[in-house]
Write a protein that binds this ligand. Structure first.
Ligand code: PLP
Length: 407
């Protein structure tokens, strides 16, 4: 059963109440970015309307108010992730920057020629390219855990790929292209038994269920604000204190220093060592508002609706016939990746758009994964808790029509 107050929840998202090409807009591109509820939009405008000032350096009233709200936002993120300390929360511009930061600081300092970095075959380019850049620079080797036909990881290979040269494990928590929820706790446990640090790419997990970094025991966790119904341009790197403390800074400038002379600079403590320059104050506050909003709805409610939508959509799409699903892991989040046999994904996406239905088509920034399945890309419908059964019905009848148009 879908949740009862869905219409009330949808009222919090003005963007959803529009027409596209004369049809009610059906937004099923949530894996690319989540929509923003009014409390997020209001928190950002309130900052600019009422107390915009730069943070940390000001003695004046508004600067202190802005600083309080900005640092309170960091605490909100700490609670959102159940991190032990607020100084373990580093503001970034998003998942991509978080991974680049770890590769460029931890990687450059602690990895050397011949060391191996382990990732998986279902990574987003953001969790491939920074490691490849590091490999090119340092002579490290990238190892890749293969993906099985149903879109799960080949765990036997995972264990085999660990060697005495493995130095870092970086894994996507939930695949953006397949929806697969990976057995990350098992992977982290194994890596830790060999003293290998683990980074989780949480871009697609942080928007679907509660994250507990202490329970996961990951050493780094990165995600993007815009996927958790917060603003674009802001994200978070969580790192365990023991790692963050021994990592060098990422960028140099104001805010991240303790003292500067022309002879030598000493760096600020955590988290500021990693936050050079004026931070994205408005969007940090907006992100905290998104997290408060999530808690006001409740993960249980959100998860129940998404589970219902995914199960219903999967059942209905398979009834159409001639459609192949990519990613059929029993453990998955609300992503439906598919191809209609004989129809290019771009054609499907373009025609759905004319029907007012927004899906994503293409490689989903996971070209190696598409290569694994020997396809150019898929059509991806991805659901959020504010989506409805009627919207799934619109997708299904759209797909039926497309099939009759082409075949
Ligand atoms: N990792 C995954 C699994 C993603 O889905 C995405 C975005 O789609 C990213 C990383 C990159 O996120 P961003 O572009 O917000 O940095």
């Amino acid at each position: 059963m879908s949740i009862k107050n869905i219409e009330a929840i949808r009222m919090d998202f003005p963007v959803l109440h529009q027409k596209v090409h004369g049809k009610p807009w059906v937004y099923l591109d949530n894996a690319a970015s989540g929509q923003k509820p009014l409390p997020v939009i209001n928190a950002i405008s309130e900052y600019y309307l009422k107390y915009h000032s730069n943070v940390h350096r000001g003695v004046h009233y508004m600067s202190q108010l802005a600083t309080d709200k900005f640092e309170a936002a960091r605490k909100t993120v700490q609670h959102f992730l159940n991190a032990e300390h607020d100084h373990e929360i580093i503001w970034t511009t998003g998942t991509t920057e978080g991974i680049n930061l770890v590769a460029a600081t931890y990687g450059r300092k602690f990895l050397k020629e011949g060391d191996e970095i382990l990732i998986t075959g279902m990574e987003h380019h953001a969790n491939i390219v920074p490691w490849q850049m590091l490999c090119e620079e340092k002579g490290c080797v990238l190892r890749v855990v293969p993906v099985l036909e149903n879109g799960t990881l080949d765990m036997a290979s995972f264990y085999e790929l660990f060697s005495d040269k493995t130095r870092f494990l970086s894994v996507v928590h939930v695949s953006n292209a397949l929806g697969t929820l990976n057995p990350v706790k098992e992977m982290i446990k194994h890596a830790h038994s060999k003293n290998i640090p683990v980074l989780l790419d949480g871009a697609q997990s942080s928007c679907h269920f509660a994250i507990d970094v202490q329970d996961l025991d990951c050493d780094f966790f990165v995600f993007s604000g815009h996927k958790v119904f917060g603003p674009t341009g802001i994200g978070v790197l969580y790192g365990k204190t023991e790692y963050l403390e021994k990592m060098p800074p990422y960028k140099g400038g104001g805010e991240m220093i303790e003292t500067v002379t022309f002879e030598k600079t000493t760096y600020a403590g955590l988290p500021f060592k990693f936050e050079a320059g004026t931070p994205d104050i408005a969007n940090a506050i907006g992100l905290a508002a998104a997290m408060d909003y999530i808690h006001s709805i409740g993960w249980d409610v959100m998860e129940a609706q998404e589970k219902f939508l995914l199960e219903y959509a999967t059942e209905e799409i398979l009834k159409i016939g001639g459609i192949k699903l990519y990613g059929t892991s029993p453990e998955k989040c609300s992503v439906l990746s598919f191809l209609i046999e004989g129809i290019h994904p771009y054609d499907t996406g373009t025609i759905l758009d004319k029907m007012g239905i927004a899906v994503r088509t293409g490689h989903h920034c996971a070209q190696p994964l598409m290569g694994r399945f020997c396809i150019p890309g898929t059509v991806r419908a991805s659901f959020a808790f504010y989506n409805t059964k009627e919207e799934v019905d619109a997708l299904i009848s759209g797909l039926k029509r497309i099939k009759t148009m082409f075949l």
